[in-house]
Design a protein around this ligand. Structure first.
Ligand SMILES: [Zn+2]
Length: 246
């Protein structure tokens, strides 16, 4: 599987968002209408349908390449309802699979190594994980986010990283997020929750995005910093080494 650089993924997402803006005839604002991006730009539809799960498994979504449909598992409707933002990240994840790995192969563009368009794997893929121990914790938003991270096990680590980056980039475009951050205090939880709501994403998804963009770094639930370097400085570790993300 080809490793896609983050910058390549960001640019692909931005090109798609530009197509969406042209299609809508207006500039984009938050929350990004990713359903329209799927339908108008990528030519995909959404379908709520039952996806079979193995015992102890939770599958949120899948991609039916042949019918160009993103499937959301109707068995997990309650979970999507309990967790605003989960539907968006699930959709974004599947759109990422389509746009980064499958679409170009389908279109006869240079197929990426490791992609066999004819394989069952590609025709209907979904993601599952063992969830038996999670059931009791589903009302804890932090826990559900952790669970969501585990859902990606069916993907190779790099594919998972790439499609999640794509999902973040289409829902939280970097220019729009930077503009928002300029007039809120991202080290305050209330501001972060407001911003997450404006983006239509989970608080954890927002946190990952702010860290990716170098706009804030959460050392732990109580301590949010403008950057990793600032966090290190406050801990008296300044000068011990920089990871250069400032
Ligand atoms: Zn996946």
């Amino acid at each position: 599987m080809k490793i896609l650089r983050n910058e390549t993924i960001e640019r692909r997402a931005e090109a798609r968002l530009a197509e969406l803006a042209r299609s809508l005839g207006r500039s984009l604002s938050l929350p990004i209408p990713i359903d329209r991006l799927a339908e108008d730009v990528l030519g995909l539809d959404f379908l709520w349908d039952e996806i079979e799960e193995l015992p102890g498994e939770t599958i949120l979504g899948g991609l039916d390449v042949e019918s160009r449909q993103v499937i959301l598992n109707s068995r997990r409707y309650d979970l999507f309802t309990q967790k605003p933002g989960l539907e968006r990240s699930t959709k974004g994840h599947e759109l990422g699979h389509w746009d980064l790995f499958i679409n170009r192969a389908m279109l006869g563009e240079a197929a990426l190594p490791g992609i066999d368009v004819g394989s069952r794997d590609i025709i209907r893929r979904s993601h599952g994980h063992a969830v038996a121990v999670l059931a009791a914790n589903l009302r804890d938003p932090w826990f559900v986010d952790l669970a969501y991270q585990l859902l990606q096990r069916a993907d190779t680590p790099d594919e998972s990283r790439a499609v999640n980056r794509y999902a973040a980039a289409i829902s939280m475009p970097r220019e729009l997020v930077r503009a928002e951050v300029a007039h809120v205090n991202v080290t305050r939880w209330t501001d972060r929750y407001d911003l997450a709501e404006r983006c239509g994403v989970t608080i954890t998804a927002l946190g990952v995005r702010l860290d990716q963009l170098g706009l804030s770094y959460v050392a732990d639930k109580r301590n949010i910093h403008r950057s990793k370097a600032e966090a290190a400085g406050q801990l008296g570790l300044e000068g011990l080494g920089s990871d250069g993300d400032r």
